[in-house]
Design a protein. Structure first.
Length: 523
């Protein structure tokens, strides 16, 4: 059983180790590079990847993100979030830019599914990653979508604020097309707030800025809204002019253009012409309440109150239908809730991190204290040894001092004996035995030798040719005896002593001008 489990685990590991083929790797690379300029080509390349499940985890996540991007850019609105959630699950903290785009396109998918709360939540999550990565393009897209959320709730000041943020962010990214669109939508916010003069200021600027972009849908939208703004200002010639311009440029948003014509003709009393253009609006989309209201006004002016009542009910129904697609709570409130949850999560992480840091600090302090204690014990032990060594040295120094004092005392005693000998040796004395005189002389010589640090032994070692008599003469010379005095002490003649002195000079190789006593003192 155990071997079977091991075998199954091994097979599972082998199966889970997916590897992307070089061909699929190349397709992903080219699709990623073409996504911004040619999303249709990128989608075609991605469709050539026959089995995305065979891709590695990272490439599978990239495939899911690129497919979601390609669908969105090619206006293929998918309503399943299973694909894009592969990317949101994988990237997480691995790649903030990719993670931000994954959550952004999840917000778009939730929007396609009419999941307003899910869309708002994903959008806020995407903003967190975009801010972390400081990606201007992604931040601009998120600000634009947040502005649309506020538009859906008729919070026009917030809408305007986020479109301005989107404009400045796209400007920082040098994205001219999206900058113009964001700037245009700032004007739309004034238009929706019935500030038509301000709206027209923005529209005129955007009209010039949009020329180099060569995007018909954008230019048509600018002309269309300029026409509506002039219509509300009751400048009907200009309103009709811009409405016609919009129609000539593009057939996108035709329902809105027909609405402009209908509104102008309705206000100028040309009710049949107004109804003609209203009938051309097959699907008024988000303009359904205004469209039905225009029908109501048309029938009221005609006096057909039954039909006017019918369309007034449709106005209410259309508003209710649009309201169901909006958030159940304000986007600002949801953002505050999301930020609060984010701050709470970050706070919990911070508290956990602080706790770990505190534990680390405490462990560090404990280790530091242990080191200090060890160091102090080591230092005290070292000091104790040093004190013991110092005591030994002090004792030795005392012994040396005592010995030195004894030596000095001994030397002083020898000096006194030598002085006494010098004072008494040559004085007339009573007759003494020859042996006593010899012993007294020998004692004196021993004292002189000891006083001068046993110079006789040192001389004998260095000048082995010196005789015993010559050594004795040297000792007597050291204490200041003259040749005649030495001759008397040694019972010899002065000439003999002088001969010995010459011999000593030769044997000790003393130069003629060098005094023997100086040489002996230096020796």
């Amino acid at each position: 059983m155990r071997h079977l489990l091991i075998l199954l685990s091994f097979c599972f590991l082998v199966a889970s180790c997916r590897h992307t083929s070089p061909h699929d790797k190349m397709l992903l690379f080219h699709a990623d590079s073409l996504m911004e300029t040619h999303p249709d080509c990128a989608l075609t390349l991605l469709k050539h990847i026959t089995d995305s499940k065979c891709l590695s985890s990272s490439d599978h996540a990239l495939y899911a993100l690129l497919m979601s991007q390609a669908f969105e850019k090619c206006y293929i609105f998918i309503k399943s979030d299973s694909l894009i959630r592969i990317a949101t699950k994988y990237y997480g903290n691995r790649n903030p830019v990719r993670a931000g785009y994954a959550w952004f396109y999840l917000a778009r998918v939730d929007g396609n599914c009419s999941n307003a709360e899910g869309r708002a939540s994903a959008l806020l999550k995407a903003q967190t990653y975009a801010a972390e990565s400081n990606n201007h393009k992604l931040l601009g897209l998120i600000y634009s979508d947040k502005a649309r959320e506020y538009l859906s709730q008729r919070q026009l000041d917030s809408m305007r604020q986020y479109y301005r943020l989107a404009y400045s962010t796209f400007q920082a990214d040098s994205d001219r097309r999206n900058s113009v669109v964001a700037f245009f939508n700032v004007g739309v916010s004034y238009y929706l707030n019935s500030k038509f003069d301000s709206a027209l200021v923005y529209f005129r600027i955007v009209e010039k800025e949009a020329v180099p972009i060569h995007e018909e849908a954008l230019t048509s939208s600018i002309q269309r809204l300029m026409g509506v703004s002039y219509a509300f200002q009751k400048n009907y010639p200009k309103a009709l002019f811009h409405a016609r311009q919009s129609t000539l440029i593009s057939d996108v948003y035709d329902y809105s253009k027909w609405y402009i014509f209908a509104m102008v003709y309705n206000q100028t009393g040309q009710l049949d012409s107004a109804r003609f253009y209203l009938k051309k609006c097959q699907n008024p989309h988000e303009m359904a309440p205004d469209y039905d209201r225009l029908w109501q006004e048309n029938y009221e002016k005609e006096g057909n109150f039954r039909m006017a009542l019918y369309y007034s009910k449709k106005v209410v129904a259309a508003k209710d239908s649009l309201n169901q697609l909006s958030l159940k709570e304000s986007f600002a409130g949801l953002e505050k809730k999301y930020n609060y949850q984010l701050i709470s999560t970050e706070n919990d992480k911070l508290m956990s991190k602080n706790q770990r840091q505190m534990n680390f600090i405490l462990m560090g302090l404990l280790a530091f204290l242990s080191f200090i204690i060890f160091f102090l014990l080591f230092f005290l032990n070292k000091k104790r040894k040093e004190l013991l060594q110092q005591q030994i040295i002090t004792t030795q120094e005392k012994e040396k001092a005592t010995l030195l004092e004894q030596q000095l005392q001994m030397k002083e005693m020898l000096r006194k004996k030598i002085d006494t000998f010098k004072q008494t040796a040559l004085l007339p004395q009573k007759a003494m035995k020859e042996s006593d005189n010899a012993r007294q002389l020998e004692d004196a010589l021993n004292n002189i030798d000891a006083y001068y640090k046993h110079i006789s032994s040192r001389l004998k070692n260095q000048f082995s040719c010196l005789t015993h008599t010559e050594i004795r003469i040297v000792l007597l010379i050291l204490v200041g005896f003259t040749s005649s005095q030495i001759a008397k002490l040694l019972c010899s003649s002065e000439n003999t002593i002088n001969v010995h002195r010459v011999s000593i000079h030769k044997k000790m190789k003393i130069e003629g001008k060098t005094d023997l006593i100086d040489f002996l003192f230096r020796f």
